[in-house]
Design a protein around this ligand. Sequence first.
Ligand code: NAD
Ligand code: TYD
Length: 352
Amino acid sequence: MSLLKKILITGGAGFIGSHVVRLFVNKYPDCEIVNLDKLTYAGNLENLRDIENKQNYRFIKGDIVDTPAMLKLFSEEKFDGVVHLAAESHVDRSLENPNEFVMTNIIGTVNLLQAALKTWGADSSKRFYHISTDEVYGSAEGSDLFTEQTAIDPQSPYSSSKAGSDHFVKAFYNSFNLPILISRCSNNYGPNHFPEKLIPLMINNLLESKPLPVYGKGENVRDWLYVADHARAIDIIFHKGKTGEVYNVGGNNEWRNIDLVNLLCRVMDKKLQRPEGASAKLITYVKDRPGHDLRYAVDSSKLQNDLGWAPSVTLEIGLEKTVDWYLNNKEWLSRVTSGQYRAYYTQMYEKR
Ligand code: NAD
Ligand code: TYD
C-alpha cells in the first residue's frame, strides 16, 4: 500500500505509545506524526524528549472522550491513518474505578471511530488501527494458546472495557466498511513503563529495598513481550495488515509471576552488587487480586506467517536491558513516583 502521509497516534506519551511514536517519527521522515494524549498520570512527554523537535512530529494535548473536540480535530487535520493506543491500562485501577475505563476505553474509542467515519466514509486507502490486548480472551485453559478465533471472554473491568472497544471497532467495519485493523498483544515490558505494573513496580521497590508484593501464590502466568518488539509489530500491522483482520501479538515467553520475580531478583543482586539472595528476601505474598486471570498465552503464528514478524529477544535478555534502563534513569523513576502516585499507592497498600 502507498505510504500514509499524516498519522494520528493516540496515547503516544504513554509506555507503548512513546515507543511507537519514536519508531514512526524516525522511520518515516516524510510522514507527519501527530501525537494526541490527555497526559493522565500514565502519560509523560519526557518519554519523547529525544524526538520532540523533529520536523515531522507534533503533540496535541486532548481527551478522546471529548466528542466535539475529536470531530473538530479530524475534520481540520485530515489524517490518513490512526494508531489508537490511548487507554486506561491497569487492571488494579479498573477494579477501583471502572467508570474511568468505560469512558476512555469505550466512549473514547467510539468517538474516534465516529470522527474517522465522518471524515473518511468507507475510503479504503485510510486505516484505523486499534491496539487491544490478549486479556479480552479471558484466562487460557490448560496448555491452550489464544488464537484470533478464541472466543472473547473478558474477566476484569479493564479487559471488559477493551473487549467493548474491540466490538465497536469491528462493528464499524461490518456496518460502515470503515477500514479497521485490530491487534491483541500480550504483556509488554521495557523502558518508560509506569511503575504500577509488575516488572517496573518490582524494580522500583527493589531499588528502595521495599517489599515485593506477589499476588496470591505467584502462580499466575503471563506471556512477556519486549516493548520494542510490540512497536515493530504495530508498524508492520499498520502498514501491511489486511483491513478487517485481527492479529495476535505474543512473545512466546510464558512465565509464572514468582519465577519472573525471582529472575528479576537475581538480575538486581548482580547489578546492584548485593549478596546473592538478598533481593529475593523482599518477596512478600499478599492478598490475591479479585478475579485474577490464571494464564495468558498467545499464538501469534498468523502475524509471523502472514506478515513476517517475530519477537527479537527472550525475557532474560529483555529484562537485563530493562533493568539497565531503570538504573540509568533513576530521575525519571523518582519524578513519576512522586505526588499522585505515592498517594494512590499508599492507599492501595493500606487496603491489603
Ligand atoms: P499507558 O497507561 O502507559 O498509556 C496510556 C496513554 O493514554 C497515556 O499516555 C495516557 O495519558 C493516555 N490517555 C489515557 N486516557 C486518555 C484520554 N481520555 N484521552 C487521550 N489520551 C489518554 O498504557 P500502555 O501500557 O502504553 O498501553 C497502550 C495501549 O496498549 C492500551 O490501549 C493498552 O490497552 C494496550 N496494551 C497494553 C499492554 C501492556 O502490557 N501494557 C498489552 C497489550 C495491549
Ligand atoms: P500487571 O503488570 O498488572 O499486568 P496484567 O494484570 O495486565 O497482566 O500484572 C502482571 C501479573 O503480575 C498479574 O498476574 C498480577 C501480578 N502482580 C503481582 O503479583 N504483584 C503486583 O504488585 C502487580 C502489579 C502485579
